[in-house]
Design a protein. Structure first.
Lengths: 233, 259
């Protein structure tokens, strides 16, 4: 069992983030986990995309170029909500590159492969984390598995950040991760219908309420589902 | 959940006709539609109907290493709690480590045992036994079919359970024996995301129609069947509030047992 995997990545993320702004910490962890040369982090909501500052100019340019060209692994991850691994980006001459224009840009910047991980909780999509690597080969199985864990943790972190619980509570936010609690997701669905908001906004509201009241996310979820608790619009 | 189905008066061996019908049904779902969410629910419901079995669920390894439910024999809150508790308890954890079925025939064997946290949830539901049957791909175990009974579950039911576990594996990972670990990780990630989406959709429908999450699940399944779409796709449309008259009509329809 690889419960240690999550613990290891949490430790790495905590170490990378110490005293750093959120984006920089996430980028440092992504470089370590996926062997990335550069990192892009985009928030997507309601068709709009907003870059999160990772202090990585090349990563930001690569994300932006995809938006300009309308194609690329990051956009594919966003639209399909599945992890995308793009390899051999420099070898555009093979004619098999799915994103020839973007591949050209990537090759110029010394990028050989990219791993684009959607940041999602069920149907709720928050954004995409992209690791740009200098090697043309895909990440190995271990790296990829680590990357999926990292994406889950980053999703939790960003929801915590949006809920205003602060990045200094990094470990607490991650420990209170909602990744797999059914009742929390049912509550988010209910709240989104009641208040006419998206499920991500509902998760943010739940997290903020839990933090304000010093309750666990699960406890808040249960009160919402049972109808004992109603949150105001 | 129906712990009473484990009463001693009942036949202790699965009826061959029932087994054939059950396997036919879940295999048709697994091979004709790509819908792991429905197959895992169907496999769980089928397992819970076997002699001596009171409840069942499919759990798979999530990206963090922990087991996560992706299908249950029922959608009642206490059953989901039971499955979430079993994820970190001994039968499932040992089964994942050893790749072999693990049985705990008496959850009430006394305090201080490794499965005590599971006992605290299972015993009040009248469930005294727990079984974890492995879901395997090549040499690695990626999940379990978890069974619960009111008393020790007969071997015949466990044998059928193992076949049902194989059907769940087929649906989740396909039939490729050489599937690589990255593809497995991706598929499991998707199966868990699908389940989370279903939970969110249950919440949306519960609030919209003032029904229980359990009833909402029934409507999602019926709508998936009526529109010939995978359950996860229907759930995503609900959560994203995609306008679709056909789907909306199916979701608004009361089902007979709701009355």
């Amino acid at each position: 069992m690889s419960g240690q995997r999550r613990a290891r990545i949490v430790a790495l993320l905590v170490a990378s983030s110490a005293g750093e702004p959120l984006g920089r910490g996430i980028a440092a962890a992504t470089r370590a986990v996926l062997g990335a040369a550069h990192v892009g982090l985009l928030l997507t909501s309601g068709g709009l995309t907003t870059p999160v500052d990772c202090d990585d100019e090349v990563g930001t340019i690569l994300d932006e170029q995809q938006a300009n060209l309308g194609k690329g692994p990051t956009l594919a991850a966003a639209s399909s909500s599945t992890p995308i691994v793009a390899t051999a980006l420099a070898q555009t001459s093979t004619g098999r590159a799915p994103w020839p224009l973007f591949s050209g840009v990537a090759a110029e910047l010394g990028i050989g492969s990219a791993v684009a991980l959607p940041l999602r909780a069920g149907a709720a999509q928050l954004g995409v984390l992209t690791a740009y690597r200098s090697t043309p080969t895909p990440p190995d199985d271990e790296q990829f598995a680590d990357g999926l864990v990292l994406a889950d943790l980053v999703t939790d972190l960003l929801v915590g950040e949006l809920a205003g619980t602060g990045s200094d509570e990094l470990r607490a936010a991650i420990d209170a991760g909602f990744a797999t609690q059914s009742v929390v997701h049912q509550a988010a669905g209910m709240l989104s219908e009641q208040l006419g908001i998206t499920v991500i906004e509902a998760l943010v509201r739940l997290r903020a309420h839990a933090t304000t009241c010093g309750l666990s996310l699960t406890a808040v979820g249960r009160s919402i589902v049972s109808g004992e608790l109603e949150l105001e619009r | 959940m129906d712990a009473d189905s484990a009463s001693p008066s009942e036949s202790r061996t699965p009826d061959p006709h029932d087994v054939a019908a059950l396997l036919g049904e879940v295999l048709a779902l697994a091979t004709h539609h790509h819908d792991p969410s429905r197959v895992c629910s169907g496999v769980s419901a089928g397992a819970a109907g076997l002699p001596g079995v009171g409840a069942a669920g499919v759990l798979v390894r999530g990206s963090g290493g922990a087991l996560v439910p992706v299908g249950a024999s029922g959608e009642q809150a206490h059953l989901i709690d039971l499955l979430e508790s079993s994820a970190s308890s001994r039968p499932a954890v040992d089964c994942m480590d050893g790749g072999r079925p693990v049985a705990v025939e008496d959850l009430d064997a006394g305090p201080g045992t490794d499965w005590h946290p599971l006992s605290a949830v299972a015993l009040p539901l009248g469930l005294r036994s727990a079984y974890a049957l492995p879901l395997t791909s090549g040499r690695s175990t990626f999940g379990v079919l978890h069974l619960f009974g009111g008393a020790a579950v007969p071997n015949g039911s466990l044998s059928v359970g193992r076949t049902l576990a194989d059907v769940a594996t087929l649906s989740l990972l396909g039939a490729d024996p050489d599937i690589d670990a990255t593809v497995v990780a991706r598929r499991l990630h998707l199966a868990i995301a699908a389940r989370i989406t279903v939970e969110q959709a249950k919440g949306v429908l519960a609030a919209r129609y003032a029904i229980t999450p359990e009833t909402a699940f029934g409507r999602l399944m019926a709508a998936a069947h009526a529109t010939v779409r995978p359950l996860a796709e229907v759930a995503t449309a609900v959560v994203e509030r995609t306008t679709d008259p056909l789907l909306d009509a199916a979701l608004a329809t009361r089902l007979p047992p709701e009355s």
